[in-house]
Design a protein around this ligand. Sequence first.
Ligand SMILES: [Zn+2]
Length: 165
Amino acid sequence: MLNNTNFRIGLGTDLHRLAPNLPLWIGGFRITESLLGCVAHSDGDALVHALIDALLGSVAMGDIGTHFPPSDDRWKNANSLDLLAQTLGIIREAHPTFTIVNIDAVVHLERPKLGVYRASIQETLSTTLGLSVECVSIKAKTGEGLPPIGTLEAISTQVVVLVSI
Ligand SMILES: [Zn+2]
């Protein structure tokens, strides 16, 4: 019932430095075409990290660093999709009826163009979250040659989520 539903929104952002000879993971999907990857303690998946922050933010339960501190070696090279699944578990312990309504995300990356990967990323995330693909929106922007995105120095992401608890 709409009247009894407690809607919340959450916002998450992330930024990682890019460097050669590292894998580039975006939304749980590896972009093998990229010559650059993320400098990070974990797998550096900036889209999943922002999504985790958005989900935690929607219920005011801190951020990714609160639950998976980089100082803890358990999270070294962690698979971000695993962290995402664990995050859902942590939230549902506190809010058993927690339900994601939809996700809208922006990935800022100069290259490669992400258009051809969009469907794969949507599918990977929707499977992990148990959502239908039309509830997972992924948009891609370039940096118009301007630093740090356009100069291939960084990737950044923004995610908003609507949830009910
Ligand atoms: Zn990150």
